[in-house]
Design a protein around this ligand. Structure first.
Ligand code: NAP
Length: 253
């Protein structure tokens, strides 16, 4: 038996309609999982759903703002209705606000911490009843290099992503006895809309990132899929509370 096979498993990917979330959703589907694409933009949700179905997979598209608690419950219910279970939760939705800390507004701080950390907690908190019905569960939270390093231009982002690592460890410790594994993936610099301003408009920062990345390039969203499949699968049943960097060596250089 292939320990990485996700046939019969159902996953929610928040922000699964673009960037890293889309790469992970397609990767989980290729490994056999049925996937709920949960994002705010329903047109983009539906495009990814269709792409998965055209490649022989199973998917649903659910409008979901992770900051709205009713949407969290609705996404979980829709997944169980469509596929009969929820086995994997990928908390990927995230935003960044770039500003010097002394200039950052309360609103900018709150929106980043709410989306990147508080909503991750709320989605995690809502999942265990479904996992109990399934007998086990997997949570994969998406952190960042700024889960590890400080940032002079994204303090709220770094604080939220540092929090994701500690939340991951805490939930892992709390729920290991229930056969729920909680891990994080820390992407390095990946080619998505989030990093487009750096690639397009900040040449000095872009060059310094490439110079510091041993792989000498940005990663692509689909390069996160393998680690997500591993953490969603039976192959990782004794792995919990870990944060795995997928970063072309950036975190160790
Ligand atoms: P992206 O291309 O901008 O995609 C962000 C995704 O999050 C979109 O699908 C968006 O969908 C969704 N989203 C944002 N706010 C949401 C909300 N309130 N409710 C539901 N969905 C929401 O960004 P990305 O680069 O793929 O980032 C994905 C994750 O990886 C984020 O957590 C980010 O912090 C992390 N990350 C990215 C990098 C990188 O280099 N790109 C590096 C480290 C970590 P809707 O707008 O439709 O809701």
């Amino acid at each position: 038996m292939n320990a990485f096979d996700l046939t019969g498993k159902a996953a929610i990917v928040t922000g699964g309609n673009d960037g890293i979330g889309r790469g992970i959703a397609i990767g989980l589907a290729s490994a056999g999982a049925s996937v709920c694409i949960a994002g705010r933009n329903e047109i983009k949700n539906d495009e990814v759903r269709r792409e998965i179905e055209e490649n022989g997979g199973a998917a649903i598209a659910v409008g979901c703002d992770v900051n709205v608690e009713a949407d969290i419950g609705a996404a979980i219910a829709a997944t169980e209705d469509a596929f009969g279970s929820l086995n994997v939760l990928v908390n990927n939705a995230g935003i960044a606000e770039l500003d010097a800390p002394e200039d950052m507004s309360d609103a900018a701080w709150d929106s980043v911490v709410e989306t990147n950390l508080s909503s991750v907690f709320k989605f995690c908190r809502a999942a265990p009843p479904s996992f109990t019905r399934s007998g086990s569960g997997k949570i994969i939270n998406i952190g960042s290099m700024y889960s590890i390093f400080g940032s002079p231009f994204a303090a709220s982002y770094a604080a939220s992503k540092g929090g994701v690592v500690q939340l991951t460890r805490s939930l892992a410790v709390a729920w290991a006895k229930d056969d729920i594994q909680v891990n994080a993936i820390l992407p390095g610099w990946i080619t998505t809309d989030m990093t487009a301003p750096i690639r397009n408009d900040m040449p000095d920062l872009y060059r310094s990132i490439i110079a510091r990345t041993p792989a000498e390039r940005f990663g692509e969203p689909e390069e996160l899929a393998g680690t997500a499949v591993y953490l969603a699968s039976k192959a990782s049943d004794f792995v919990t509370g870990q944060s795995i960097a997928v970063c072309g060596g950036y975190s160790v250089s």
